[in-house]
Design a protein around this ligand. Structure first.
Ligand SMILES: [Zn+2]
Ligand SMILES: [Zn+2]
Ligand SMILES: [Zn+2]
Length: 353
């Protein structure tokens, strides 16, 4: 990065979404009078009798969570989508009042029976089991005729609105391609049509050449702060191989994704010595049985924290009405994350047994 980009306000283009982010590096000098920092203690209990995701407990409507020992998947008791939603009445009352049928299935995936754990505190084989379940769910749900897209995600921490600290994620299988992957699909297709190459294959080779924004890597995946990152410590997980979706993963990809998630989330926790909140999920080709040479499997991690375990970035003001803006540069965020220890701050003592 040249001095200009590290000193003066400028905007950066996000080729994956086709929009811009305002970068204001000089603002990191301004005085801070916002929230006060505080360090969160990690949850101490391994089993919570009041947690509906802990093994053997009762969920809403009398459903029972079985005494599972690895991962456990169930249809969300409060699903946002239903597999058999009817179509709205055909007579459209106004072209500006458009509604369409949206069918789908919402599932919850418990990552581990232990209530106190998070991805970075699980063992590599335990995280591999989670990835294997993501693959199995993607295959099963993607094969259903009413499903057009499978969205895998995890919402972690009260700051991100996660209602339960038990380690879990969600899988939503939905009829129409949702807006975020639809926006990327358009950009990926346009790039592929004009360059006859994959946008993300080209991007990963650019990043591996410059090596200014890489946080960690292994044989299968690279985690980096994208040039166009909006959130202070946002990262992009890119598979080195050009693969369109998780359902075609090889065992090496499975291991690689588990390992990169462990490496990255450990660094996140170490940044502010806290269980780092985030929304994380994967983008992949639509489940429409068509060929998508333009699609390249990847993950996004959007953490809200800015300068401590409790001081977060807000998307308000100009960001709601204009465009996203950031102060610390993606290069300095990547440098800070990459410099952190690869061992979790809670694991400096004897290993979990
Ligand atoms: Zn629990
Ligand atoms: Zn590619
Ligand atoms: Zn994406």
């Amino acid at each position: 990065m040249n001095d200009f980009a590290l000193t003066f306000p400028h905007r950066r283009f996000n080729p994956l979404r086709g929009d811009w982010v305002l970068v204001s590096p000089h603002r990191t000098q301004r005085p801070w009078q916002g929230e006060v920092s505080r360090t969160d203690a990690p949850p101490a209990i391994h089993y919570d009798p009041a947690c509906y995701l802990c093994p053997g407990n009762t969920r809403a409507g009398g459903h029972q969570t079985p005494p599972y020992t690895s991962v456990y998947v169930f249809d969300n008791d409060y699903a946002a989508l239903l597999p058999d939603s009817p179509a709205p009445p055909s007579a459209q009352i106004d072209p500006l009042l458009l509604a369409e049928r949206e069918r789908g299935i919402c599932r919850v995936l418990c990552f581990h029976p232990d209530h106190s754990l998070t991805l970075p505190r699980m063992t590599l084989p335990e995280i591999e089991r989670v990835v294997e379940e993501w693959i199995a769910q993607s295959r099963e749900l993607g094969a259903r005729p009413e499903v057009g897209y499978v969205q895998i995600f995890e919402n972690r921490g009260a700051m991100m609105g996660s209602s339960n600290p038990h380690p879990h994620g969600q899988i939503w299988a939905i009829e129409h391609l949702p807006d975020e992957p639809a926006r990327e699909a358009k950009q990926l297709a346009a790039y592929h049509a004009s360059h006859h190459r994959c946008l993300l294959c080209d991007y990963i080779s650019t990043e591996l050449t410059h090596r200014q924004r890489i946080v960690c890597e292994n044989d299968a995946f690279v985690a980096l702060v994208p040039f166009w990152a909006v959130w202070p410590f946002e990262t992009l997980l890119l598979s080195r191989d050009h693969i369109p979706s998780i359902d075609v993963f090889s065992p090496a990809h499975t291991r690689g994704l588990a390992d990169i998630l462990r490496q990255l989330t450990t660094r996140y926790d170490n940044l502010f010595s806290t269980s780092f909140p985030y929304t994380m999920g994967f983008h992949q080709q639509p489940a429409d049985n068509a060929q998508h040479p333009e699609w390249h499997f990847h993950g996004h991690v959007y953490p809200p924290l800015l300068r401590s375990s409790s001081v977060r970035k807000f998307m308000v003001g100009f960001e709601m009405l204009g465009m996203p803006q950031r102060d610390i540069t993606p290069e300095s965020a990547a440098e800070r994350l990459a410099a952190l220890p690869a061992t979790h701050y809670l694991e400096s003592g004897p290993a979990r047994g």
